[in-house]
Design a binder for this molecule. Structure first.
Ligand code: HEM
Length: 411
């Protein structure tokens, strides 16, 4: 497809900040999205596995992972919206065309996601404490995992279709007959999808190490509740991290070997090399730490390194898209017309840093400390003040939002 045609599909209004901001934020937020997706899938799979076991440790882990999955699915959805906004701003000719070509699936995405979410909660409703009672209605959880995977598959197809503009006409009008139904999923790359999904094993293994360290920190001067559980978790987490890493790298190798011709450069690129090194480092790091995993903040370090590795993977994934569209189709996402809007740019960053920092800082600190306390947790006066400041800032934000809106409208 001609570069001029792709340019014509751009929003004539331009973008409100330099496109590089959208590009970088897209990479960072997608890395967070996929991290949450992987924890959600891994935690759901561990819950399902534990659901069929009688062993007390497995039951306890299943109960904890069910709670993790419930939170992770919400985080995955919220953090999915951010890259969605960024990708549609600087890659709109590609993203919207890909969406329209499979429009029914894009709409089904929401319905399937709601179904998966409800199925997870239905399972939780039937199994409020997996430690105390045997599993009921495991099929809810199976359904939830399947629907989540279908939802991910739809996103995968949209991401792949946008990279193949040379095939759009053939999909839109096969043999010259227009098919406006949007009911087909036209292009996919199973090895690419498998790479991102199998990486769940590695990410969840690293997450389990953090969970284990967190439980160890919950002593409050007393011995840990169940040292045998803590000891049991360690090999499970390490093996899961290793097995998930090996399987993901195998799928990644197949992906690299089966790249279409115009993307073949990626397999031997520095981007790909950096992603490989980052993943290998993240998977082997906990083993290198040895006994230090049980001390200080080291127990959390593997997951932190895993998050950094995912950012490198996300950057490589973006490089594949950016360079392919530039080299093969003459589309430079960074030369988007700039229509600088300082208000929205400043509002975005201030909201993110100040409101996000204070409100999330308060909520996460309360959740963390409550989990580490035996009995009833009472926040310190300083922390309570932080919560009050958070509420005040939210009120100020809402007032300024409507005030500016009315001012602009009335002008
Ligand atoms: C809950 C189940 C979900 C799963 C398993 C999932 C999984 C995935 C996977 C595997 C990819 C990478 C596809 C590829 O590059 O081949 C992806 C991309 C993406 N996901 Fe999700 N996702 C889920 C939910 C969501 C939701 C609810 C949203 C938005 C509201 C979302 C937004 C995105 C976006 C925008 C991308 C592509 C970003 C880009 O190309 O820059 N996802 N997702």
């Amino acid at each position: 497809m001609e570069a001029a045609m792709l340019q014509a599909l751009r929003d004539p209004a331009g973008v409100p900040s330099h496109p590089v901001i959208f590009l970088v934020l897209g990479v960072l937020t997608w890395a967070l999205h996929i991290a949450a997706v992987q924890v959600m899938l891994g935690a759901s799979a561990l819950t399902l596995f534990g659901a069929f076991k009688q062993d007390a440790h497995w039951r306890r882990l299943a109960a904890a992972m069910l709670n993790t999955a419930k939170v992770a699915v919400s985080v995955a959805i919220v953090l999915g919206v951010a890259p969605l906004l960024f990708v549609q701003v600087i890659y709109d000719p590609f993203w919207y065309t890909s969406n329209v070509l499979s429009a029914r699936w894009v709409i089904a995405f929401i319905v399937l996601l709601i179904g998966g979410y409800l199925a997870l909660y239905a399972f939780y409703y039937r199994n409020p404490d997996m430690r105390a009672a045997s599993t009921r209605g495991a099929w809810h959880l199976v359904l939830s995992i399947v629907l989540m995977l279908v939802v991910g598959w739809i996103m995968h197809v949209l991401s792949v279709q946008m990279l193949l503009p040379e095939q759009w006409m053939q999909w839109y009008a096969p043999a010259g007959h227009i098919d406006p139904s949007g009911q087909q999923l036209h292009a996919y790359h199973p090895a690419r999808f498998a790479f991102f999904i199998l990486l769940s094993g590695a990410v969840t293994g690293l997450w389990l190490l953090g969970y284990r360290r967190y439980l160890m920190g919950r002593e409050d001067g007393h011995p840990a509740e169940d040292p045998t559980y803590i000891a049991w978790l360690k090999p499970l987490a390490l093996n899961l991290a290793l097995a998930g890493g090996v399987l993901a790298l195998a799928a990644g190798a197949v992906w690299m070997l089966s790249l279409p011709e115009k993307m073949a450069w990626f397999a031997t690129s520095a981007w790909m090399g950096a992603a490989l090194v980052a993943l290998l480092a993240a998977v082997s790091f906990p083993r290198l730490l040895g006994a230090r995993l049980d001390t200080g903040l080291w127990g959390y370090a593997p997951f932190a390194l895993g998050a950094v590795a995912l950012i490198v993977v996300a950057a490589a994934r973006e490089a594949l898209r950016f360079i392919t569209l530039l080299a093969a189709h003459g589309y430079d996402a960074l030369d988007y017309k700039l229509n600088l809007d300082w208000y929205s740019t400043v509002l975005f960053f201030v909201t993110f840093a100040v409101l996000g920092g204070v409100v999330l800082g308060y909520l996460l600190t309360v959740a963390w400390k409550a989990g580490q306390t035996k009995g009833v947790y009472v926040p310190s006066p300083g922390l309570t003040r932080l919560g009050q400041v958070g509420v005040l800032l939210l009120v100020v934000w809402i007032v300024q939002y409507f005030a500016v809106g009315f001012y602009v409208w009335a002008r």
